[in-house]
Design a protein around this ligand. Structure first.
Ligand SMILES: NC(=O)c1ccc[n+]([C@@H]2O[C@H](COP(=O)([O-])OP(=O)(O)OC[C@H]3O[C@@H](n4cnc5c(N)ncnc54)[C@H](O)[C@@H]3O)[C@@H](O)[C@H]2O)c1
Length: 420
């Protein structure tokens, strides 16, 4: 069956616009276009069935294209019901790749798309949030048992895979791409930091300078967001549950408080905890009138929008991507991008150069799964691969490194003397 006949997308006529977006992503993806392509040249993925379930936009589509060029049978779905770019999905189908995804599909249609991907019997999954892996475990046990490997994009997904493994329910090796230095040090921090603030300011057309911004969670994502708030003249107020992370935020020069002290003064509140309902029913009444809420964590549930809707006396869309909930007289709460990841559902996603690094890790991870016998369980990608990727990125920027000489090594030999 052709890709067009087997896919579920919005409109194939959008393909030309999608091709342009993918070509733009390609221009700024030297690692995926060079380093990864070269590695895949050994044919390890030729004829292998690979499912990609990551936010479906141009950078993801370029990764899919490179894997397909290497001979893999690639199928694609979006990892979130709000983030798919219909024009990019159309371009992929036009390139002969099967896609099941539409923007704002709603939760049920999105899950159905994931199961359609599961039904193609993937051997390998490049997953985000373990969204496909978890659904195969629960709804497609036979296909799940036949899986050969998973590489996982994000913090929440790695935590889910570790849980599956603990319960003895992971039948194959999984590589925690998120835990590779070349992923979380750059993607979670610089990529999410910049793109989250960019999306918030673009959606609202507002100024950051002078604003008070509550940030829930000071992990890799939270610290990137706080740094970008400060860079634009805002004041970051970090809210944490982990004392070490809170102290780190304090030493980094940010304000640190709790929900009781921060919610009444914050102009923006951004969630980045990786958990659910970090902002829930009990918190909305404490917020400043006109506060703007945005989520950068994987779950659409970090802000309990359903509870907010339930509490609201009035609701209206006030601008594209901005909904206003009225809580009685004189208090409104505004939510960006329905509480989905604001940088992706309400913006252009990560900068291309960042996804180039992340997808080099994911692509090499998938290649490693195909060519090596890796035992079951969740593994961190070999640090030698991290170094290779970083070296390739530096080389692209024309940067070379020093070599450590043997006489520069510290040793206790001199101190111990000839007796050793
Ligand atoms: N938007 C994106 O593009 C993007 C990119 C990368 C990761 N993510 C997602 O962002 C989330 C955070 O990722 P990370 O790498 O920073 O994770 P992390 O584990 O490094 O940090 C999360 C932090 O949140 C804190 N926390 C947990 N619950 C809290 C609560 N209720 N209140 C306050 N603090 C709380 C934890 O102590 C921790 O320090 C994850 O869901 C991850 O998958 C999103």
């Amino acid at each position: 069956m052709s890709a067009a006949n087997s896919s579920r997308i919005f409109d194939i006529d959008l393909a030309p616009e999608g091709h342009l977006a993918i070509e733009w992503a390609q221009r700024h993806s030297p690692l995926v276009d060079g380093f990864l392509r070269e590695r895949l040249g050994d044919g390890a993925l030729a004829g292998r069935r690979v499912a990609i379930v990551v936010h479906l936009e141009a950078k993801t589509a370029f990764l899919a294209t490179v894997l397909a060029d290497a001979g893999a049978e690639v199928v694609v779905a979006g990892s979130n019901p709000h983030s798919t770019r219909d024009e990019v999905a159309a371009a992929l189908v036009d390139r002969g790749i099967q896609v099941h995804s539409t923007r704002e599909s709603g939760y049920q249609a999105w899950e159905k798309d994931l199961l359609a991907i599961a039904d193609t019997g993937p051997e390998f999954i490049i997953d985000d949030g373990a969204e496909l892996t978890i659904r195969m475990a629960t709804h497609r046990p036979d296909a799940f048992a036949a899986l050969k490997g998973v590489t996982e994009q994000t913090t929440t997904g790695v935590a889910r895979l570790i849980e599956l493994a603990k319960r003895d329910r992971l039948p194959c090796p999984a590589l925690a791409a998120n835990d590779a230095a070349c992923k979380h040090l750059f993607d979670n921090k610089y990529g999410t930091g910049q793109s989250t603030i960019q999306a918030i300011l673009n959606l609202t057309n507002m100024l950051m300078a002078g604003k008070t911004v509550g940030i829930l969670g000071y992990g890799w994502v939270g610290r990137g967001i706080a740094a970008h708030v400060r860079a634009l003249g805002g004041t970051a107020w970090v809210i944490e549950v982990d004392p070490v992370k809170a102290l780190e935020a304090f030493m980094d020069g940010h304000q640190v408080g709790n929900l009781t002290s921060v919610l009444p003064i914050a102009d923006f509140v951004i969630t980045a905890t990786g958990g659910r309902r970090a902002l829930g029913r009990q918190h909305f009444g404490d917020m400043k009138n006109g506060v703007i809420l945005a989520n950068a964590g994987h779950h659409d549930l970090e802000i309990d929008v359903e509870a907010l809707a339930d509490e609201a006396t009035d609701f209206r869309g006030v601008r594209e991507g901005i909904d206003q909930y009225q809580l009685g007289d004189g208090q409104s709460v505004l939510v960006l991008a329905n509480g989905a990841l604001v940088n992706i559902a309400g913006g252009l996603g990560h900068p291309i150069e960042i996804m180039d690094l992340s997808f080099a890790v994911q692509g090499v991870g998938c290649h490693e799964l195909a060519r090596n016998a890796i035992p079951e369980g969740v593994h961190v990608i070999d640090s030698a691969i991290d170094s290779e990727i970083a070296r390739a990125k530096l080389a692209f920027h024309g940067i070379s490194l020093e070599q450590k000489q043997s006489h520069q090594e510290d040793t206790i030999d001199d101190l111990l003397g000839p007796e050793g």
